[in-house]
Design a protein around this ligand. Structure first.
Ligand code: ATP
Length: 317
């Protein structure tokens, strides 16, 4: 199916939500279509959970619009969503099968259908032997799997998942990603937040990147990676010398944060025609102590830094 032939599942424009004293989100926008997995990425506090809570109706936005399945978001549209909140929230004394079936019933499934669906899903993840276990007696990873099954039980058309991979080992992450792929193959849409950029790059058709409450990129994952600028990440304790070395070759540098032993991590952006050895030579000429030098590859992680790092730092004239 071509992208244009797919129907809009979710469309958010200019979303704004303020908590009492803090900004939640200021200007978030995204469009999701059926049969696509979208990764929602951003630094801590960027506004991912706030956006997801607005989508599912836990928070009422102060501005902007949310449309689900072509209509303004309402209870009917939201019944077609499966949601996994960041704070999880299953009762510890509840049994796995009952918890999943309960979520199914809340979304309108008859009791028997909800129990049948719970059994099928538990089996799908190899958890049929744990169906009678209390949530509090499950390992953290299994409790998380059960939470995900609660979101899936009523066969939603859209999954909205807040960090569904956190706390899972690589095998667990692989299982969840294969569930995602099955869901997508049936035409479902998935929006999930994550800090795992490698995983997002491998698993997501599209990404939405937020910074300080605003969407700063939305598009195909490959497009985000292709836009990565040529350059290197340099870790050094000599910030002034680094800035001088960079300025001497007409390049620019942005701080990425603290590095080891009081050093700073810098993202140096080179023009496409400047090879890395030119930068290395300038760093040597300016006697910059190097703790690390890493040429930047076109990855989602590099794109994330490009999109969210503070603006280039100029050296004082
Ligand atoms: P993380 O990756 O850490 O989960 P996030 O991208 O999900 O972060 P949000 O939790 O949506 O970000 O937070 C966005 C902003 O809203 C932050 O400034 C945060 O401090 C604030 N915030 C979030 N929840 C609340 C709350 N319940 N009360 C007040 N402020 C909040």
């Amino acid at each position: 199916m071509t992208r244009s032939a797919r129907s809009d599942v979710l469309r958010i424009e200019d979303l704004c939500f303020r908590y009492d004293r803090t900004r939640g989100v200021e200007q978030v926008a995204m469009t999701l279509r059926s049969g696509e997995i979208t990764g929602f990425i951003g630094a801590n506090g960027a506004g991912k959970s706030t956006t997801l809570r607005c989508i599912v109706g836990l928070l009422r936005p102060h501005g902007g619009s949310i449309r689900l399945f072509g209509e303004p978001a309402d209870a009917r549209g939201r019944r077609r969503i499966g949601f996994m909140p960041e704070e999880r929230g299953l009762f510890l004394h509840e049994r796995a099968r009952d918890a999943i079936a309960f979520h199914g019933r809340m979304k309108g499934l008859p009791r028997r259908a909800a129990l049948t669906a719970a059994d099928r899903l538990l089996e799908r993840l190899g958890l049929e032997g744990r169906r009678g276990a209390r949530i509090g007696d499950l390992s953290k990873g299994n409790a998380q799997r059960v939470q995900l099954l609660c979101a899936l039980v009523h066969e939603p058309d859209l999954l909205v998942l807040d960090e569904p991979l956190s706390g899972l080992d690589p095998i667990g992450q692989g299982e969840v990603l294969s569930l995602f792929a099955e869901f997508r193959a049936r035409g479902g849409a998935i929006l999930f937040s994550t800090h795992g950029l490698d995983t997002a790059e491998a698993a997501c058709d599209r990404v939405v990147v937020v910074a300080a409450g605003r969407t700063v990129f939305e598009g195909p994952t490959a497009e985000a990676c292709e836009a990565v600028t040529h350059g290197a990440v340099v870790v050094t304790p000599d910030s002034e010398a680094l800035l001088a070395a960079v300025a001497a070759i007409g390049a620019s540098a942005r701080p990425l944060g603290a590095g080891v032993r009081q050093a700073m991590r810098w993202r140096v952006v080179l023009s496409p025609t400047t090879p890395h050895p030119v930068l290395l030579r300038s760093l040597a000429l300016h006697e910059v102590a190097l703790y690390a030098f890493e040429p930047v590859a076109p990855t989602l992680e590099a794109a994330f830094w490009d999109l969210t790092a503070p603006p280039p730092r100029e050296i004082a004239a």
